[in-house]
Design a protein around this ligand. Sequence first.
Ligand code: 5RP
Length: 260
Amino acid sequence: MSNKLSAADKAKFICAKRAMDFVKPGMRLGLGTGSTAAWLVRLIGEEVRNNGLQIIAVATSDQTAKLAVECGITVRTMDEVKWLDLTIDGADEFDPRLNLIKGGGAALLQEKIVATASDQVVIIADESKDVQVLGKFPLPIEVVKFGWMTTKGLIEEAASNLDVMSYNLTVRMDGDVKLVTDEGHYILDLHLGRIGNPRELSLILNQIPGVVETGLFLDIADAVVIGHIDGRVEVRDINTGTIEFEQIDVVEQDNMFLDI
Ligand code: 5RP
């Protein structure tokens, strides 16, 4: 087991560390899913265990809930908490307006419910997620199992009418079987290469019966904290239009990296 982090992992770690500045005692906090959000959960766990940080946490996936509990964080259900002060989550892509593609970790449905019910949404991501136009990352679409092939056909028909160069729709696999989300659905990944009009695409897809939700998160994020591989952290706030940089040095403490 190595405690040496790759440059990409350091970038994920430093943006999570900077995002800790947004976390205040007593907050109702949404915990995102994915490898970047996992750093945040570990850092919050450290604060809870070592400094008695009191927060009310809701997780966006079973995976995050499990990690949070392992880190000493008490996790409540969304129905217990209902509304949140802040959600911090990762993303697969973000554009200059902070519109996002999410769902690479198949948690997009819970992530969108939690983010939408949050006063503030902060995205943490390494610089590779920063794009001018969304769509290089295949768009995850969560669909119900019943009639999923019919739903797939309807999505393909809708995609063929869009102004796109090409499209390809694949069902997400988990080894030899279709991946099943925490909510018991399948994920279809829509490969478009470029999403010229995310709003139109979102509206079209959400009208198709069988589509539960898409990974397009539009007008949801308030700020993005970007970790650069050279140790710089950039905070872009879409509401104030401000951009801040700072340098964060990683001190590789054994206890932080034991599960890497
Ligand atoms: C999970 C997500 C993740 O936030 C997204 O996939 C980014 O993950 P990572 O931080 O591992 O790159 O949307 O559904």
